[in-house]
Design a protein around this ligand. Structure first.
Ligand SMILES: *Cc1c(COP(=O)(O)O)cnc(C)c1O
Length: 422
C-alpha cells in the first residue's frame, strides 16, 4: 500500500500556524472518490446502499460529505441517532444496529423510522412493548464457529456477543411475522478489518443461503441483506489493499448463484462500512516535543493515546511519516510515544524512521476511522481539533479543540471549577 501522505510538510506547517498540533485532518477528495468507487462496485444491485458506521468518525461535516455521496448512516446509540437526525438523515437513511439497547434508544430509532436491527431474540418482546413492531425489521445473525476463508481463520463468531443463532433466526422471524412485521432484513458482522477481497463474498454466501432457507421455511419477505462492516484497509505498507470493485463483483457472482435461483433477485444489498470509508483519508498530525535516550530511544509527541487509542488498545500498526523527510533512509530505531502515564502510550515500538528531531512534524497514517472517535480524557488530556482538507486545498475546522472549560463542564453545578468555566 502506497503510504504517501495527503499533506506536504509545507502545507502542514502552514496549517499549524492557525491550528496548533495535535489535530486530526481528513482528505475530502479521497473520501469522495472512495465513496463513488463503493457505489460503482455495487451498481449492479438496484437497491444497494452504504450506511456509514457513524461510530468510526462521528462528525457532522463528514456525515454531510457522505450524504452528498448518497450514503446512509449506521447508528449504534441515541446520541449517534441524534447526530444523524441533525444532519438530515431520516427513515430508510438510517440503520440502527446496537446491542444491549436501552429503551430510549429504541424509542428514538422508531420515531425516526430507522431500520431497526435487533441484536437478540429477547429484544422482539422488549421492542414490542416499547413501540410496537415496525413493518420492516432486521435481525442480526451470528453464525457461531470460526469464520474461515479457505483454511484461514479470520475471526471467531462463537466468541462474539452479537446476534441470533441460526435456530433463533427462524424462531425470531416467525414471532415477528405473528406480531405484524411484513418485511425483513438480515445483518451479520463476522470478521473485522479483513484485508482480502474474499471476505464479503464468503460472508454473502452464508447470508444468502440463510435468506433462501428463511424464505422457504417461514415465507418471510426478505427485502435487504446487510453485509455490515469489516472490510479492512492496508495499515502496513507491505499489505495489498482491498479492491472494492473485485469485492462487489465477488458478491454479484454469489448473488446470481444463490439469491436469483431462490426467487430473491430483488433483494437490496446494504453495507455498513466505517474503516474502509474513512481510515485512509484521515491523519493525526503531531509535533516532536522531546527526545530521550535511556535503554531505548524515544521520540515524544504532543499527541498521545487519548488522541489515537488503537496502538495502545490492540497493538495496531499505524504507519508514520516524518514530514519533509520522506526521501531520507529509515536508519533510526525508536519508540514513538505520547505523554500519558501509561507505558502502552506508544504509537510505534522499535520503528525505523529517518533521524528525527525535536520540532519535526509527524504524520500518523490511516486515523480517519476509529481514531478521534475512540479518544478520551485520561491524564486530563484534551481532545484535539478535527480539520478538513477541502477539495480546493483550503482547510476548514470541523471540530474545535477542547479547552479546560470543556473538561470541567460537568462540574458546572457546584461552583468549584467556575473560574475555568468562563
Ligand atoms: C463497527 C461496526 C461497523 C463498522 O465496522 P468497520 O470495521 O469500521 O467497517 C459496522 N456495523 C456495526 C454493527 C459495527 O458495530
Amino acid at each position: 500500500m502506497d503510504k504517501t501522505p495527503f499533506l506536504t510538510k509545507e502545507q502542514a506547517e502552514k496549517i499549524t500556524k492557525e491550528f496548533p498540533t495535535p489535530f486530526h485532518i481528513y482528505d475530502e477528495k479521497g473520501i469522495r472518490e472512495n465513496a463513488r468507487l463503493v457505489k460503482k462496485a455495487f451498481a449492479w444491485n438496484k437497491g444497494f446502499r452504504e450506511y456509514f458506521a457513524v461510530k468510526a468518525t462521528p462528525n457532522p461535516f463528514i456525515l454531510k460529505i457522505l450524504q452528498e455521496e448518497d450514503c446512509g448512516v449506521d447508528c449504534s446509540s441515541l446520541t449517534e441517532l441524534q447526530l444523524a437526525e441533525a444532519c438530515g438523515f431520516s427513515g430508510s437513511d438510517i440503520m440502527f444496529s446496537s446491542n444491549v439497547t436501552p429503551a430510549e434508544d429504541y424509542k428514538f430509532a422508531y420515531k425516526l423510522g430507522a431500520y431497526i436491527n435487533l441484536d437478540d431474540i429477547t429484544h422482539i418482546e422488549y421492542l414490542e412493548k416499547l413501540t410496537g413492531i415496525p413493518e420492516t425489521i432486521c435481525c442480526r445473525f451470528n453464525a457461531g464457529g470460526n469464520f474461515t476463508i479457505s483454511t484461514f481463520v479470520m475471526d471467531k463468531p462463537q466468541d462474539a456477543k452479537y446476534g441470533f443463532t441460526r435456530k433463533q433466526m427462524f424462531e425470531g422471524f416467525r414471532m415477528l411475522m405473528e406480531k405484524g412485521a411484513k418485511h425483513f432484513g438480515i445483518h451479520a458482522f463476522l470478521a473485522s478489518n479483513t484485508v482480502t477481497n474474499d471476505y464479503y463474498p464468503t460472508l454473502a454466501k452464508q447470508m444468502f443461503q440463510l435468506a433462501a432457507d428463511l424464505r422457504k421455511e417461514t415465507g418471510a419477505d426478505i427485502t435487504f441483506i446487510n453485509l455490515s462492516g469489516g472490510v479492512g484497509v492496508a495499515y502496513k505498507p507491505d499489505q495489498t489493499p482491498n479492491d472494492i470493485l473485485a469485492i462487489g463483483e465477488g458478491v454479484r457472482r454469489v448473488y446470481e448463484d444463490i439469491l436469483v435461483p431462490a426467487g430473491l433477485g430483488d433483494v437490496a444489498i446494504f453495507t455498513e462500512m466505517g474503516r474502509f470509508m474513512l481510515a485512509p483519508y484521515g491523519a493525526l498530525i503531531t509535533r516532536v516535543l522531546h527526545k530521550k535516550h535511556i535503554y531505548k530511544e524515544y521520540v515524544g509527541c504532543d499527541a498521545c493515546a487519548a488522541n489515537l487509542m488503537r496502538p495502545a488498545m490492540y497493538g495496531a500498526y499505524h504507519h508514520i511519516t516524518v514530514l519533509g523527510k520522506e526521501d531520507q533512509p529509515c536508519t533510526y530505531m525508536c519508540d514513538v510515544t505520547g505523554g500519558l502515564c501509561e507505558n502502552n502510550d506508544k504509537f510505534a515500538i522499535d520503528r525505523m524512521l529517518p533521524p528525527t528531531d525535536i520540532g519535526d512534524l509527524i504524520y500518523i497514517h490511516d486515523t480517519g476511522a476509529h481514531g478521534f472517535s475512540m479518544g478520551y480524557n485520561y491524564n486530563g488530556k484534551l481532545r484535539s481539533a478535527e480539520l478538513l482538507l477541502c477539495e480546493d486545498d483550503s482547510v476548514k475546522m470541523i471540530r474545535r479543540a477542547e479547552t479546560a472549560a470543556d473538561y470541567f463542564a460537568t462540574f458546572d453545578f457546584c461552583g468549584i471549577m467556575d473560574k475555568y468555566l468562563k
